[in-house]
Design a binder for this molecule. Structure first.
Ligand code: GUN
Length: 286
């Protein structure tokens, strides 16, 4: 059996058009949803992600600003930028690209963002709301995976979902979103003893560990839905995920490619969260 490839680019395009309708509704009332992205330093991968986020905003007619701070920026400088954006009525969503240089305290920085503008859903208030199932801003990558599963018609309720990776950005929120849809959820890490025993039992397997070819064919149950959140460069400099795609696709039922899988969904859900933030801040949505 060869897996069906989940086309993240096509699904992202479809979902973007749905959110464009909501953005246009706001624009017709004189409110242009606005997003600010702050990047500190020169990490090349982060620069590409940020450029893609700003481009996607422009394509949908959203307002966006892009603030670049030098690698040696102080925490006070970064917090001052956030404070200005918190007060700026043209800005509904604020995103500080992670990882930050080591001398900056990411937790303090995230907590400085107005939670009503926290389109990453990383502020403690929104993380708490995610736990209770009420968050207005699900973290973009896991949110994108959920929409992708829904659009593909994957049944989640009652299924065993195994998330490999426990990061605050992907693994933990991913597990919670699946749990809210009544999956039975197992969270593993790259250190889990006999990891394959867990992954082989997954109906839905989400890989978010950041290691190329980490999930191999023998770790996947025939017919499983395999979602690859990894974005890595292999030894030849090629973009690859965490899953050994060429071999795993021979056993999986569905599989996401890298690139063209989860990546385009992440940016789309950032747009969704920004439009929702603009709706909420202008009193048009809870
Ligand atoms: N770095 C990698 N993924 C993300 C993300 O979703 N948001 C932010 N702010 N930084 C990231």
């Amino acid at each position: 059996m060869t897996a069906q490839i989940i086309d993240g680019k096509a699904i992202a395009q479809e979902v973007r058009l749905e959110w464009k309708v909501r953005a246009d509704r706001l624009i017709a009332r004189g409110i242009t949803p606005g997003m600010a992205v702050i990047i500190v330093g020169n990490d090349p991968a982060s620069k590409v992600y940020v450029a893609n986020k700003v481009k996607a905003c422009a394509e949908l007619g959203l307002y966006s600003i892009h603030i670049e701070l030098p690698e040696n920026a102080t925490e006070a400088e970064l917090l001052a930028e956030i404070e200005t954006l918190n007060r700026d009525p043209r800005i509904h969503g604020i995103l500080v690209q992670l990882p930050l240089p080591k001398h900056l305290d990411a937790h303090r920085v995230i907590e400085a963002i107005n939670p009503d503008k926290d389109v990453d859903g990383f502020h403690e208030k929104n993380v708490g709301a995610l736990v209770t199932g009420e968050t207005p801003f699900p973290s973009c990558t896991p949110y994108g995976v959920m929409v992708m599963l829904e659009k593909t018609g994957v049944q989640i309720e009652g299924k065993h979902a195994v998330v490999v990776g426990r990061s605050n950005i992907v693994g933990k929120p991913m597990a919670l979103l699946l749990l809210h849809k009544n999956a039975t959820v197992t969270i593993c890490t790259s250190k889990t003893v006999d990891l394959a025993r867990h992954t082989r039992d997954a109906d839905i397997l989400v890989a978010a560990v950041g290691k190329p070819n980490f999930i191999t064919k023998d770790m996947v149950k025939p017919g499983a839905v395999v979602i690859d959140v990894g974005i890595n460069r292999n030894s030849e400099g090629k973009l690859v995920g965490d899953v050994d795609f060429a071999n795993v696709k021979e056993v999986a039922g569905y599989i996401t490619p890298v690139p063209g899988g989860v990546g385009p969904m992440t940016i789309t859900m950032l747009i969704a969260n920004t439009v929702r933030a603009a709706e909420r801040l202008s009193g048009l949505n809870k």
